[in-house]
Write a protein that binds this ligand. Structure first.
Ligand code: HEM
Length: 266
């Protein structure tokens, strides 16, 4: 959240408010049998409105006093005579970056730490060689992808997949997590193995709509995991499996309780 706020140019003192809105919006698709069914959509709609109003105010401010941040650049674009981007489009683009870039990266880091704690040999190798975070993160995007499926896509043409005819205009869901563990594509797909020679996964999508934030997501996860490996002395899982969020699209633990003997200074 801090990284995306800094890129956009959200003042540091407002970051906690962003956190609240992003958490409410990310939790809104999770079913909760104990909650009032009307409560969550209302909380999400309120968060969306507050976030939109806040961003519109900030764009207005950046138009008057531009800085080096992304919102200032986007606000300048919306001033151009051909109307490259309306204020509304800048608001929704900024909100998209915030939502798309927050929960997903949090889950990659959490799924990653969980997987490393279940594979202490790999954790030890990462501690000795931080560069190993690069293949580890790629294998994590295959093995424990934070985005499990892409719902509600429609086919542009009649196609045939594995002997099944899918007509033009049909609504389909693409289960990325399943493709990532296709035994015809990956040898021993249920094994976490950062030494795989060919990790061309679907964790960040594929084609023209593949993840726009992929380089940032990769770098954040590589840094977080290598620092956690370096700084936590003898880390241990306190609960395995940890409590998971109830969400079919975004996979990740709600919390990851761990213990360790000490935390090394940064
Ligand atoms: C580990 C973290 C992330 C994962 C697993 C992830 C996953 C994905 C996936 C699977 C898609 C493809 C969606 C589709 O085909 O419809 C996507 C698209 C997208 N992602 Fe990410 N993402 C991550 C981080 C980020 C970050 C950090 C940002 C922004 C700073 C971001 C911004 C976007 C945007 C804007 C799109 C839409 C691209 C388009 O439709 O052309 N993502 N992401």
């Amino acid at each position: 959240m801090t990284v995306i706020c800094r890129l956009l140019g959200v003042p540091q003192e407002d970051e906690p408010r962003f956190h609240g809105w992003a958490d409410t919006l990310a939790a809104s698709p999770d079913p909760d049998p104990d909650a009032d069914p009307a409560e969550k959509p209302k909380a999400a709609a309120d968060a969306q409105m507050e976030l939109g109003m806040y961003l519109a105010g900030l764009i207005e401010e950046r138009r008057k006093n531009p800085g080096e941040d992304m919102l200032s650049r986007l606000a300048a674009l919306s001033e151009e005579p051909d109307g490259a981007m309306s204020t509304r489009e800048v608001v929704s683009t900024a909100a998209l970056l915030l939502i798309a870039g927050h929960e997903t990266t949090v889950n990659l880091i959490t799924n990653g730490m969980l997987t490393l704690l279940r594979h202490p040999d790999v954790l030890q190798r990462l501690r000795e060689d931080p560069q190993l975070s690069v293949p580890i993160v790629e294998e994590l995007l295959r093995y424990e992808p934070p985005v499990q499926l892409l719902p509600r896509r429609s086919t542009l043409d009649d196609i045939e997949v594995a002997g099944v005819h899918i007509p033009k205009g049909a609504t389909v869901s693409l289960i990325l997590a399943s493709g990532n563990r296709d035994p015809k594509r990956f040898e021993d797909p249920d094994r976490f193995d950062p030494d795989r020679k060919d990790i061309q996964h679907l964790g960040l999508g594929s084609g023209i709509h593949s993840c726009f934030g992929a380089p940032l997501a990769r770098q954040e996860a590589q840094l977080a995991l290598s620092e956690l490996a370096r700084r936590l002395e003898n880390p241990r899982l306190l609960e395995d499996p940890p409590p998971y969020r109830r969400n079919a699209v975004l996979r990740g633990p709600r919390h990851l309780p761990i213990a360790c003997d000490a935390i090394r200074a940064s």
